[in-house]
Design a protein around this ligand. Structure first.
Ligand code: PLZ
Length: 451
C-alpha cells in the first residue's frame, strides 16, 4: 500500500454533524477566493463562499474546518455520497491499472460493462445499446445526432423552462437567457419550443390536455413529418423542479411513436434513484426511445451516456460517435460501483423515505407561511417555490436571501427556476435523517428570519 493509500485507509470517518468553526467564509476560504478572482475566469461563478476540503455522507467540510450539511450533492451528482466507499475503492484500483487508453483505440471491459448495466437498468426490456460521453450536455447533443441519423429528419422539440446544457446546440435547447445564453449566440437552428405542463402556474392538472396543447403547436409550427426528436426532462431540473401533470409524458411518448419521432428523456438530473424511482420515467411506465444520463451515474466522476433502442442507436455509421475521453476507465469503474451501491443499499427506497421526511416538514412550513407558494417534487429532488405572500408572483430576492442565510448557518442549499425563486433540495441519499432535520430547521429559521 502506498503512503497515500494507507493515510486514506487510516482516516477517521467524517463525523456526520453540522459544525461552524469560523465565520462563513473563514480566513482560508477568503484567501482562496481572492486567488480565484485573480486566476479563474470571472464567468465561472460559485454558489458557496467556501472552498471544500473533504466530503462524505451528508457533510462537506471546508478548508477552515466548517462542516456543512449537503442539500445539493454538487447539483445532483453525489447521489451515493461523496467518496462513497465502493466508488473510492474501484477508482483506486482502476487508477493503479491504467488511467486511459481511449476506448476508440484500445477498448477495455469497464466501458462494455457500464453499457451492459445501463441497458439492464434503464426503462424497457427491448434490445438496447449504449454510448458513453463526458458531460450531460455532450450526451444530449449525441442523442440528437443519433435521432437525426435514424429518422433522416432535423427538427428538435424542447419545452419551456428546459435546461439541457451550455454547448452550442444545448444552449439552443435550454430556455433561459440569463445566464446560460446571454450574448453567446448565434444558436443552432432547427430547435423548437413547446409549452410545458406546469401545474402550479398553469392551473391545469390534466396532463393529457396539456400534452395536446403542446402537440398542437408541434404539428402546426414544426410539422410532424419534420420532427427528429422530442427531448424532455421528466421532472425539470434547473427550470424549477417542475413536475408535469400526470399523463403529460405518456401522451407525448405516444405521439412520438405514432409519428416516427424519437422520444428522448433527459434524465441527467433525475436519474439513478434521485426521484424515488431508478429513473423518473419509471413512475408512469414511460419507456423512452433514448435516455440520456449523467450526474448521479458515477458517484462524482465525469461520465454521461445515451442508452436506447438498438435499431435507433445502431443507425449511426461506424466512427460517427465517440470522443477522446468518452467512457474513461476511471469513470466507468466509478459508475459500476455507484450502480452497485444504489442496488445493494436500497437507495431507491431511501429516496422515498427522504421524500416523505422533507415533504412533511416543508408542507408544515407552507401551512404557516403564505410566501411558500408550492412544495413539490419526488424522492430526494424537492422544491420550494417562493412567491410574494398570498400571490403567485415569483420572489427571487427571498429565495436568494434564504439560501444565503442558510449558507451562513452551515447548510448548502441551491436555488433554481426560470424566475430564480425556487429553493431546491437535492441531498445525497447517504445522508442521515438527523442531518436532514437539522438542515430543514436551519432552512425554516432562515425563511422566518427574512421578512
Ligand atoms: N440536462 C437535465 O440538469 C446539468 C447545470 C449546472 P452537464 N444541470 C446542472 C450549470 O449551471 O452548468 C444538466 C441537466 C439536465 C443536461 C445538463 C447538462 O449537464 O454535465 O452540466 O453538461
Amino acid at each position: 500500500m502506498s503512503a497515500f493509500a494507507s493515510e486514506l485507509a487510516n482516516r477517521q470517518p467524517l463525523s456526520q454533524q453540522r459544525l461552524l468553526a469560523t465565520s462563513i467564509p473563514g480566513p482560508r476560504s477568503l484567501e482562496l477566493m481572492s486567488r480565484k478572482l485573480g486566476a479563474v475566469a470571472a464567468g465561472v461563478g460559485t454558489t458557496m463562499p467556501v472552498f471544500a476540503e473533504r466530503a462524505g455522507g451528508g457533510i462537506v467540510v471546508d478548508v477552515d474546518g466548517n462542516q456543512f450539511i449537503d442539500l445539493g450533492s454538487g447539483i445532483a451528482v453525489t447521489t451515493v455520497g461523496a467518496s462513497a466507499p465502493r466508488v473510492v475503492a474501484a477508482v483506486q484500483e482502476q487508477a493503479a491499472a491504467f488511467t486511459h487508453t481511449c476506448f476508440m483505440v484500445t477498448p477495455y471491459e469497464g466501458y462494455v460493462a457500464v453499457a451492459e448495466a445501463l441497458n439492464r437498468v434503464t426503462p424497457g426490456r427491448h434490445p438496447k445499446r449504449t454510448a458513453l460521453f463526458n458531460s450531460g450536455a455532450e450526451a444530449v447533443e449525441n442523442a440528437v445526432k443519433i435521432a437525426r441519423v435514424h429518422t433522416g429528419r432535423q427538427a428538435v422539440v424542447v419545452f419551456d423552462h428546459a435546461y439541457h446544457g451550455r454547448t452550442n446546440l444545448t444552449m439552443a435547447m435550454t430556455a433561459k437567457n440569463m445566464p446560460y445564453k446571454h450574448g453567446f449566440g448565434p444558436f443552432a437552428s432547427e430547435v423548437y419550443r413547446a409549452p410545458l405542463s406546469y401545474p402550479f402556474r398553469d392551473g391545469n392538472r390534466d396532463g393529457v390536455l396539456a400534452a395536446l396543447q403542446a402537440i398542437d403547436i408541434i404539428e402546426k409550427q414544426v410539422g410532424a413529418a419534420h420532427v427528429a426528436a422530442v427531448v424532455i426532462e421528466p421532472i425539470q431540473g434547473e427550470g424549477g423542479f417542475i413536475e408535469p401533470a400526470g399523463g403529460f409524458l405518456p401522451a407525448l411518448a405516444t405521439w412520438c411513436r405514432e409519428n416516427g419521432a424519437v422520444f428522448v428523456a433527459d434524465e441527467v438530473q433525475t436519474g439513478f434513484a434521485r426521484t424515488g424511482d431508478l429513473f423518473a420515467c419509471d413512475r408512469e411506465g414511460v419507456v423512452p426511445d433514448l435516455i440520456v444520463t449523467a450526474k448521479g451515474i458515477a458517484g462524482g466522476l465525469p461520465l454521461s451516456a445515451v442508452t436506447g433502442r438498438a435499431e435507433i442507436m445502431d443507425a449511426v455509421h461506424i466512427g460517427g460517435l465517440g470522443g477522446t475521453y468518452g467512457g474513461n476507465p476511471l469513470a466507468c469503474a466509478a459508475a459500476l460501483a455507484a450502480i452497485e451501491t444504489i442496488e445493494a443499499e436500497g437507495m431507491v427506497g431511501r429516496a422515498r423515505e427522504i421524500e416523505d421526511l422533507m415533504l412533511a416538514r416543508l408542507r408544515d412550513i407552507q401551512g404557516r407561511d403564505s410566501r411558500v407558494g408550492d412544495v413539490r417534487g419526488r424522492g430526494a429532488m424537492i422544491a420550494v417555490e417562493l412567491v410574494h405572500a398570498g400571490t403567485d408572483v415569483p420572489d427571487p430576492e427571498l429565495a436568494k436571501a434564504v439560501a444565503a442565510a442558510s449558507h451562513q448557518q452551515g447548510v448548502i442549499v441551491l436555488t433554481c427556476g426560470t424566475y430564480g425563486n425556487v429553493l431546491r433540495l437535492l441531498p445525497p441519499l447517504a445522508i442521515s435523517d438527523a442531518l436532514l432535520h437539522d438542515g430543514l430547521d436551519v432552512l425554516a429559521a432562515a425563511l422566518a428570519g427574512v421578512r
